[in-house]
Design a protein around this ligand. Structure first.
Ligand SMILES: [Ca+2]
Length: 300
């Protein structure tokens, strides 16, 4: 065996080993991708895998732009845009990127995507695989609004909270190992204390901004189940809608979740939920979304 042959055999072995490594990585990433079990809602209705680079699919996603009314109702600092520096699809991921920049009377920019008028559904499983960004003052969210919420330009929807809101995932670095799932509705909006939103946090006991997690709800008549990865951590039903002060008499709030809702993905900066950023040095920061999938029941 001469040196050339030995070299070639080693080269082939290396190539084969590389192939094996890639195969193992592909299989491993597929397994992690699919680890959440879909049980009751197993008919895929809508999916965006974000596998085409460039602008997000305009048949699925539109944009809310500007600074909204009163910082989108929360004193948020960003102006939302649809520019590629704030929203783009790259390498199989949707990137929503918050930038530190002066833009149209705001000191930050970011993006808020919505399926309003493009995709709405009553009940089903809504899930997204997301890596939340790191840093104080950031507010990534995956949530739903009632399809009958009025479109009043840049103002807060005028009939909120009557039209209802389901927050599948909200995150802030103050609580780096937890996310929260919440519903808002009439008498339990959270806007005017002591009328409280109906909410629960789930602690993964590891930093959530370290990697991807699957956030989802399974939603049917008079129930919403909240999931992180494989874990069902909360169920909300009409019996949970205690409103204040009416709950002094045992009165329950109105269940506004037996109707179609649409999807929103956004990354806010500052405002009531996370507080303002400690430092501008962390920017830009991106929220990564691997996919959004919506299922329905097979007998629907
Ligand atoms: Ca993807």
């Amino acid at each position: 065996m001469n040196k050339t042959k030995t070299y070639k055999i080693k080269e082939k072995t290396l190539l084969f080993m590389s192939f094996l490594l890639v195969a193992v990585l592909v299989i491993y990433s597929c397994e992690t991708d699919e680890k959440q079990t879909v049980t009751t809602f197993n008919v895929l209705v809508m999916a965006d895998e974000f596998d085409v680079d460039g602008v997000p699919n305009p048949a699925i996603w539109g944009y809310d732009t500007g600074t909204g009314f009163d910082g989108w109702g929360n004193n948020e600092l960003q102006s939302y845009t649809d520019r590629s520096k704030n929203v783009s699809v790259q390498n199989g991921m949707l990137l929503i990127t918050a930038q530190k920049e002066d833009f149209q009377n705001a000191t930050f920019t970011s993006a808020r995507l919505s399926t309003k008028g493009l995709f709405e559904q009553q009940y089903g499983r809504f899930e997204a695989r997301i890596k939340v960004p790191s840093g104080s003052g950031l507010w990534p969210a995956f949530w739903l609004l009632g399809a009958d919420c009025e479109d009043v330009g840049e103002q807060l929807d005028s009939n909120w909270p009557l039209c209802g809101e389901i927050d599948i995932m909200e995150y802030r670095r103050d609580e780096p190992t937890s996310i929260s799932g919440t519903v808002h509705g009439p008498g339990y909006s959270g806007l005017t204390l002591p009328q409280g939103q109906i909410t629960k946090s789930y602690d993964l006991e590891e930093r959530i901004d370290n990697g991807f997690h699957i956030f989802g709800i399974e939603w049917g008549p008079d129930y919403i189940n909240f999931y992180v990865d494989d874990v069902l951590y909360n169920q909300i039903t009409p019996a949970d809608l205690n409103v204040t002060p009416a709950n002094l008499t045992g009165e329950l709030g109105e269940w506004v979740f037996n109707k179609p809702y649409y999807i929103i993905l956004n990354l806010a900066v500052g405002g009531a939920f996370p507080g303002n950023p400690d430092s501008d040095e962390i920017f830009p920061q991106s929220m990564l979304v691997d996919y959004v999938r919506v299922y329905k029941r097979s007998n629907n």
